[in-house]
Design a protein around this ligand. Structure first.
Ligand SMILES: C=CC1=C(C)c2cc3[nH]c(cc4nc(cc5[nH]c(cc1n2)c(C)c5CCC(=O)O)C(CCC(=O)O)=C4C)c(C)c3C=C
Ligand SMILES: [Fe+2]
Ligand SMILES: [Fe+2]
Length: 346
């Protein structure tokens, strides 16, 4: 068999034109693993409400962060792909779950190179129904329909893998060099609490309280909240951060259902109101900078902090195209090429 790799990220609109943003948001938010309600209700919420107002607002936000080459998330993912290609002999394609760089095109690119055994790498450190799972499900649908000869395996969430924690910690330590700070917020993308309960394989462990995510359980294999809290815990241990000097929060809430708490915007505001003058934010749910880090945190978050009395606001960049990050991914790929995926990130 001939092996190949498909890197997968979320995707972005084709441009900052509200029409393109609307098309992208329609595909994204109509995904039943993102807005997980019955089709009729999802259509009503997305097409009847959100898509009437959000595309214009989102397009303005994209406009602020767009690069001459395109969406930062896509450009950074392409550069990461190039770096990995330079480091391995295995064909490496790139696709997005939503938008024009489709999973079908990515798989076809590999098939055209004679690949019949694929490792998909969802570029998300923590598992979520709205990210890793939707990629795996869509890839399997495409495999059955168009690529029945292919054998496809997906790299599991890598939030607790020592190689990943090492580069994440190193990137944060570098970001903190010469930065005088009082507090660090670890801001993760939020999800509705319902998503956590739905993926509790024990059906009883997850309570979204002070203890469930720190009490060992098989539920944690698919618990986004546990995996976020664990990421912070491992980085804090590695960097020797003192308790009370860092906090977790969850950003980007959409809609009225309960989402994971505390929300990042309110946490940033509270810090400012409580007298914190120098704040740092890191965003470990994203491996590439994107709208959610460059606009929501670096622009909106900063404004909230300064208005609440803060003085210095520092955002640490995502792993993006760091050489050591490309080395880690290539290491997993090469291990899989020679042995298998189970031990690749063991
Ligand atoms: C119900 C809505 C959403 C869920 C659940 C959700 C989960 C989720 N998303 C990411 C990563 C990214 N999301 C991004 C943008 C974005 N996310 C939502 C909604 C949900 N996300 C929307 C509506 C948008 C679009 C922008 C906006 O209108 O505000 C991005 C950035 C994409 C880009 O082009 O830069 C990323 C990345 C994760 C990791 C996650 C669950 C863990
Ligand atoms: Fe999102
Ligand atoms: Fe939990």
């Amino acid at each position: 068999m001939s092996k190949g790799v498909l890197l997968v990220n979320l995707g972005s609109p084709d441009s900052t034109d509200p029409k393109d943003v609307k098309k992208y948001l329609d595909e994204f938010l109509m995904d039943p693993r993102v807005i997980d309600v019955p089709f009729w209700l999802r259509s009503f919420i997305v097409r009847g409400i959100i898509l009437n107002t959000r595309p214009k607002k989102s397009a303005e936000a994209y406009e602020k962060i767009w690069w001459p080459e395109g969406s930062p998330l896509i450009v950074l993912s392409e550069k990461l792909q190039d770096k990995i290609k330079d480091r391995t002999t295995v064909p490496v394609a790139l696709a997005m779950r939503y938008g024009s760089l489709t999973l079908q095109k990515g798989l076809q690119e590999l098939a055209d190179q004679g690949v019949d055994e694929v490792l998909t790498i969802p570029l998300y450190p923590q598992f979520a129904m709205a990210t890793t799972e939707t990629i795996d499900v869509k890839v399997e649908q495409l495999r059955k329909k168009y690529f029945p000869q292919m054998e496809i395996t997906s790299l599991p969430a890598f939030y607790n893998k020592p190689e990943y924690i090492d580069v994440l910690s190193k990137s944060i330590a570098e970001g903190l060099e010469n930065v005088d700070y009082e507090h660090i917020i670890f801001s993760y993308h939020g999800v509705p609490e319902r998503h956590i309960y739905k993926r509790d394989i024990t059906k009883s462990h997850c309570k979204i309280d002070g203890s469930c995510c720190v009490t060992p359980s098989p539920a944690h294999e698919f618990c986004y909240r546990h995996q976020c809290l664990k990421t912070t815990e491992l980085v804090a241990a590695k960097l020797n951060l003192k308790p009370g000097t860092y906090t977790n929060s969850f950003q980007s809430r959409l809609g009225f259902d309960p989402w994971l708490k505390p929300p990042t915007d309110r946490t940033i505001e509270r810090m400012g109101l409580e007298g914190v003058k120098k704040l740092v934010v890191v965003t470990p749910a994203f491996v590439s900078d994107c709208l959610e880090t460059l606009e929501e945190i670096a622009m909106e978050g900063k404004e909230i902090f300064l208005e609440a009395g803060g003085k210095e606001f520092t955002v640490i960049p995502c792993l993006n195209v760091r050489d050591d990050w490309a080395d880690v991914l290539t290491g997993w790929i090469d291990h899989w090429r020679i042995v298998d995926v189970k031990t690749a990130i063991a």
